[in-house]
Design a protein around this ligand. Structure first.
Ligand SMILES: Nc1ncnc2c1ncn2[C@@H]1O[C@H](COP(=O)(O)OP(=O)(O)OP(=O)(O)O)[C@@H](O)[C@H]1O
Length: 284
C-alpha cells in the first residue's frame, strides 16, 4: 500500500496524484502544500475539523478551482486535458451544487451523459438506459418526474449522486455525499458506491464528517487540519484518540469495530480544566 501523502511523481497505477497542492482564496492560504495519491480502485477519505480545507482541496483536485502545485488523473496533468475528457475521467458531487430549480429529476440525471452526446446530437438509447439503471439503483424511480425544487434535502443529495454515477467516470470525488441522508439511505448509498468500486474498479476520494462510517469504507484516510496533512494511513492509524483530541479538540473513545475503528465523543469530566460558565459569560 502506498503512503498517502508522499509525493513521488505521477504513476500510471495511481488514479489521482497530487503534489504540493496550494490554494489561496481571496488572498488567504486555505490549502497548504497537500500531497497525496489514490490508487486505481482505492477509496481514500479526507477528514478534518470544520474549515480545515477539505472541500477546497477536493474542488481543486476536481479542477474546479485555481491552484498551484500538480494534479494528475491517471497520469495526465489535468490542466492539459480537454473538458470532455475530464468529464469522462472524473465525476464530482460537491456540497450544494447550483441547479436549475425548475429542472426535472430525469433531465438532471441525464445531464451526466453530456460528455457522450455529440455536439448538436441527441442522447442515445444507451444513455437513457444508464439513467434508468442509476435511478433504480438509488431508489429514485418514484421521483423521476418531479422537479428538483420539490425534493427533500436527502432526496436531492441522492439525485446529485445519481447524476455523477450516470457520468460513468472512473474516478468519483464526493464531498460529504451522505450528510443529508438518514442512516438507512446513508448505508445504501455507501454500499452502492463500494459495490461499483468492486465491480468496475471505481476510484473514490471523499470527505466525510462521520468518522466511524468514514473508517468503515475507506482503505486509507487523510486527516487535514489548517490546510495541511497532519496524519495519513489506514483508518486504525488515523482514527486514534490522540489525533482526534489534538485536531478536533474533543475527548473521544475509539473502540475496535468489525469493519474499522468506532469513534465515540464523550462529555468532558466535571472536574476538567474548563472554566465554570459564570466566568466565561459576561454579566448582562
Ligand atoms: N473566499 C474566501 N476567502 C477567505 N477564506 C475562505 C474563502 N472561502 C472559504 N474560505 C475559508 O476556507 C476555509 C476552508 O473551507 P473549506 O470549505 O474548504 O473547509 P472544510 O474543511 O470543507 O470545512 P467543513 O467541514 O466546514 O465543510 C474556511 O475557514 C473558510 O471560511
Amino acid at each position: 500500500m502506498t503512503d498517502a501523502h508522499q509525493p513521488r511523481g505521477a504513476d500510471m497505477t495511481d488514479a489521482i496524484t497530487v503534489e504540493d497542492l496550494t490554494v489561496r482564496l481571496d488572498g488567504t492560504l486555505i490549502v497548504d502544500g497537500v500531497s497525496l495519491t489514490v490508487a486505481e480502485g482505492e477509496w481514500v477519505t479526507v477528514i478534518g475539523p470544520n474549515g480545515a480545507g477539505k472541500s477546497t482541496a477536493l474542488r481543486a483536485i476536481g479542477g474546479l478551482l485555481p491552484y498551484t502545485g500538480k494534479v494528475f488523473w491517471h497520469g495526465s496533468p489535468i490542466d492539459r486535458m480537454h473538458r470532455r475528457d475530464r468529464a469522462k475521467a472524473i465525476a464530482t458531487v460537491m456540497q450544494s451544487p447550483v441547479v436549475p430549480p425548475a429542472m426535472g429529476v430525469y433531465d438532471y440525471v441525464l445531464l451526466g451523459r453530456t460528455p457522450y452526446i455529440p455536439p448538436l446530437g441527441r442522447e442515445s438509447a444507451s444513455d437513457l438506459a444508464v439513467v434508468d439503471e442509476v435511478l433504480a439503483a438509488l431508489d429514485l424511480e418514484p421521483f423521476a418526474g418531479r422537479r428538483l425544487d420539490t425534493l427533500s434535502g436527502g432526496e436531492r443529495q441522492r439525485v446529485f449522486l445519481a447524476r455523477a454515477l450516470a457520468q460513468g467516470a472512473g474516478i468519483l470525488l464526493l464531498d460529504e455525499p451522505t450528510s443529508a441522508l438518514d442512516i438507512g439511505h446513508q448505508q445504501e448509498v455507501l454500499e452502492l458506491v463500494d459495490r461499483l468500486r468492486a465491480e468496475r474498479g471505481l476510484t473514490v476520494l471523499a470527505t466525510m464528517h462521520d468518522l466511524s462510517t468514514a473508517g468503515e469504507y475507506a482503505d486509507r484516510m487523510i486527516l487535514l487540519a489548517g490546510g495541511r496533512v497532519v496524519a495519513a494511513g489506514p483508518p486504525a492509524e488515523v482514527l486514534t484518540e490522540t489525533n482526534l483530541a489534538e485536531h478536533y479538540r474533543v475527548r473521544v473513545r475509539v473502540i475496535a469495530g468489525e469493519r474499522g475503528p468506532l469513534v465515540v465523543a464523550t462529555r468532558p469530566q466535571p472536574n476538567s480544566t474548563q472554566k465554570p460558565i459564570d466566568q466565561t459569560i459576561s454579566p448582562l
